[in-house]
Design a protein around this ligand. Structure first.
Ligand code: M6R
Length: 598
C-alpha cells in the first residue's frame, strides 16, 4: 500500500517521478505528491485523488513556470492509514526548515511518542500522519550530524514496517531504507532510482537491486551509491539483476483498462505458468510426497487458488491438506508439525499477512514453498523454494490473470506429484488455446455484456457451486463485490437449504457454476430450488440448460480444468458491470493492489 518513487540523475526528475507514479498508482490512489529539487529551487506539489489530478496540477504549474524541472525528485501515491485524505496528509512530508522531504510506505508504530518528543523540542507539525515524525527527527539529528548519520539514527528509532525515501535539499542527496515494506533500486545509464515496484522505472532500466530489510542505500551521485545494512552494520556489494519484464507488459497499450488487457493475456499466462524448471518442480513434488501434510496460506484471490489446491490435493492425491487465510494462520500453526509443507501463494509477494504466516512457519522449522509473481519480492527471499507464476506485471487492483496463473501452477504441481508432469503441461496448453478462442468469440462477449447490463442495477446476488466449483464461487463473489460494488455471496450448493435460501426473493440473481462432474446433477437441483422461489438463475457451464433464465456456455473440459474455464466469464462480467456503472475497474474505491499493512 502506497507507492514510492525516487530519482537522482541527468534527466528531468519531474517527468520521471510523474511516470513512476502513473505506474505505481495501483498501490494507492487517495492522494499523490512529489518534491523535485533543481539547483536553486524546490517544487512541492500535492493533490488529493488520483495521480491524474497531480499531473494536471504539474502541467498547470509548468505552463506558468517553465523551469519546473530538477535533477532529484521523490514522489508518492497514498493509501491513507493515519489521517484523512487531505493535501496536508499527502506525501512528501517535510521538516520545519523545508530542507528534508520524506515519502513513506508502511506505519511508524511509535510515532505518537516521537511526535511528543519533537513537539517539546519546538517542531511544528502540519499533518495528522505518522510519517511526518521522520523528516522532523532527521532535522533534529541534523543539528549535530551529517545527513547520512541523521537518517541512520532516525531509522533505528522507528518501530513498525516501512519503506522510506528521504531527500535532502541542501546536499542534493537521496537515502532510502526498508523494513518489511518493498523497496527496489534501479540502475540506469543516466541516473539511479528507488521504487516500491519495478514497473515504476522499467521504461528507463531493467537493472535492479533487491534491497533487504535493514538495507540503507545512499545515492552519492548519478551513478555511485553505497548500500549498508543497519542491522549487520556491514557495507554490501549487492547483485545487479536483469529483469525480463518488458515495458510494454507494464503499459495498457491499445486497451482502455489494465483489467481487460490482463484478462486477454490469460491464454498466454496459462502457458507461461507451465514453463517451470523441471528439477525445481520435481523437488517440490518430492517435498509434497515426503511431507506429513500440506498446508496452503494466502489472502484474497490467492487464497481462493489455495482453497482450490486444498480440494485438488485432498481429493486427487489423498493427502492431508489444510488451508487458512494468512491472517488466521496462527490458529492452525500449533497443529502443524515440522514435516508439514507450507505452500504460500501471492501475486505481489509483499502481502503482510502472508509474509507473517511464512515467518511463523519457518520459526517452527516448517519448510515453505512459495508461488509468486513478482521476482525479488520479500516472499521469494524468505521461502525455501520458489516457483514463479510468470504472469508478468499485473496492474489492475483486481487480480485476474494472476489467479489463472496460480491455479495453473497448482495443477501442474499436482500432475508432477502424480509423476505426470508432461501430461499436465499438455493439458494446460490445450486449455490455454480453448480459453483463447473463447475470449475472441464475439457472441460470448456480447452475451456477457448483455448480462452485465442486466446486473448493473442489482444490489445483491448469490453464487452457487459444488466441489471444485466452490472456490470459483468465492472468487466470483469477490470479483463482483470489489469490481462492481454489488453485494455478492458465495455458497456451496449443499449449504443452500441450511439457511441461505431464506434470502431468495422474486428476481434475486443467482449465478450457478457448473461443470461435467458427479456433482452436476445436485447443483442443477439446487438451481431449480432457487428458481422455484423466484430467483433469476444464471448458469455458467459446458452445456446449455434450457430451464435457466440466462446461460453462458463455455467449452467442455474435465472437472479439474473447469477451475480455469469458468473464471474468465466472471472476470469479464465484473469488468463490464463496472463499466456500466461508471466505476474505474482498475482502481476500485478503498482498495490497493498490495496489502502491506495489517
Ligand atoms: O499480492 P497477493 O496475491 O498476496 O494479494 C492478495 C490479495 O490482496 C489480492 O488477491 C486481493 O484480494 C485482490 N483485491 C483480489 O482481486
Amino acid at each position: 500500500m502506497c507507492g514510492i518513487i525516487a530519482y537522482k540523475g541527468k534527466e528531468n526528475a519531474v517527468q520521471i517521478v510523474m511516470d513512476g507514479l502513473r505506474h505505481l498508482e495501483y498501490r494507492g490512489y487517495d492522494s499523490a505528491g512529489l518534491c523535485v529539487v533543481s539547483k536553486n529551487k524546490t517544487f512541492l506539489i500535492k493533490k488529493t485523488g488520483k495521480v491524474e489530478n497531480l499531473l494536471r496540477e504539474v502541467k498547470k504549474k509548468q505552463a506558468h513556470d517553465e523551469m519546473l524541472e530538477g535533477e532529484i525528485g521523490i514522489g508518492h501515491s497514498r493509501w491513507a492509514t493515519h489521517g484523512s485524505v487531505t493535501e496536508a496528509n499527502a506525501h512528501p512530508h517535510f521538516s520545519c526548515d523545508q530542507k528534508i522531504f520524506v515519502v513513506h510506505n508502511g506505519i511508524v508504530e511509535n510515532y505518537e511518542s516521537l511526535k511528543e518528543e519533537l513537539v517539546k523540542k519546538g517542531h511544528r507539525f502540519v499533518s495528522e500522519t505518522d510519517t511526518e515524525v521522520i523528516p522532523h527527527l532527521i532535522e533534529e539529528y541534523r543539528k549535530k550530524y551529517s545527513f547520512v548519520i541523521s537518517c541512520e539514527k532516525t531509522f533505528n528509532r522507528l518501530d513498525g514496517l516501512f519503506a522510506i525515501v528521504v531527500l535532502d535539499k541542501e546536499t542534493g542527496q537521496i537515502i532510502g531504507t526498508r523494513k518489511g515494506s518493498p523497496l527496489v533500486m534501479g540502475i540506469g545509464n543516466q541516473g539511479l532510482f528507488l521504487a516500491s515496484d519495478i514497473p515504476a522505472f522499467l521504461d528507463k532500466t531493467n537493472k535492479v537491486i533487491f534491497l533487504d530489510d535493514g538495507d540503507m542505500v545512499h545515492f552519492i551521485n548519478n551513478q555511485e551509491y553505497i548500500i549498508r545494512n543497519l542491522i549487520s552494520k556491514k557495507t554490501l556489494k549487492k547483485k545487479i539483476n536483469i529483469i525480463k519484464w518488458t515495458k510494454e507488459e507494464a503499459e495498457k497499450g491499445k486497451y482502455p483498462h489494465f483489467m481487460i488487457k490482463e484478462i486477454k493475456e490469460i491464454p498466454e499466462v496459462i502457458k507461461k505458468a507451465a514453463w517451470q524448471d523441471k528439477k525445481t518442480l520435481k523437488s517440490v513434488a518430492n517435498l509434497i510426497k515426503k511431507s506429513s501434510s500440506v498446508f496452503f496460506v494466502a489472502c484474497g484471490t490467492a487464497g481462493h487458488s489455495c482453497l482450490a489446491g486444498q480440494y485438488l490435493f485432498s481429493s486427487l492425491l489423498g493427502r492431508r491438506t489444510g488451508f487458512s487465510v494468512a491472517s488466521e494462520f496462527k490458529n492452525f500453526l500449533p497443529a502443524l508439525d515440522k514435516k508439514t509443507l507450507l505452500i504460500a501463494v501471492s501475486q505481489s509477494g509483499e502481502t503482510i499477512d502472508t509474509l507473517e504466516a511464512v515467518r511463523m512457519a519457518k520459526e517452527k522449522g516448517i519448510k515453505v514453498v512459495s508461488l509468486v509473481n513478482v521476482m525479488g519480492s520479500t516472499l521469494t527471499r524468505i521461502s525455501d523454494y520458489v516457483l514463479m507464476i510468470n504472469a508478468g506485471p499485473e496492474k489492475c487492483v483486481l487480480a485476474t490473470k494472476s489467479y489463472l496463473a496460480q491455479l495453473s501452477l497448482i495443477i501442474l504441481i499436482l500432475f508432477a506429484v502424480l509423476d505426470k508432469h508432461s501430461e499436465g503441461e499438455r493439458e494446460l496448453k490445450k486449455i490455454s488455446r480453448q480459453i483463447g478462442l473463447l475470449l475472441e468469440d464475439k457472441k460470448f462477449i456480447a452475451q456477457i455484456k448483455q448480462l452485465a447490463k442486466k446486473l448493473s442495477s442489482v444490489d445483491h446476488l448469490f453464487v452457487i457451486g459444488r466441489s471444485y466449483n466452490y472456490p470459483t464461487t468465492l472468487e466470483t463473489a469477490l470479483k463482483i463485490k470489489e469490481g462492481c460494488y454489488v453485494h455478492a455471496e458465495a455458497f456451496a450448493g449443499g449449504e443452500l437449504k441450511h439457511g441461505v435460501i431464506a434470502l431468495i426473493e422474486k428476481g434475486t440473481p443467482c449465478i450457478i457454476h457448473l461443470s461435467k462432474s458427479e456433482e452436476e446433477e445436485n447443483t442443477l437441483i439446487n438451481a431449480m430450488e432457487l428458481q422455484s422461489r423466484g430467483a433469476y438463475i444464471i448458469g455458467i457451464g459446458p452445456e446449455k440448460k434450457k430451464d435457466f433464465d440466462f446461460f453462458i456456455t463455455v467449452p467442455e473440459v474435465s472437472e479439474i480444468f473447469s477451475l480455469l474455464m469458468n473464471v474468465p466469464p466472471i472476470q469479464l462480467l465484473s469488468y463490464y458491470i463496472a463499466l456500466e456503472k461508471g466505476i474505474d475497474p482498475d482502481k476500485p474505491r478503498n482498495l490497493a493492489k498490495s496489502v502491506t499493512v495489517k
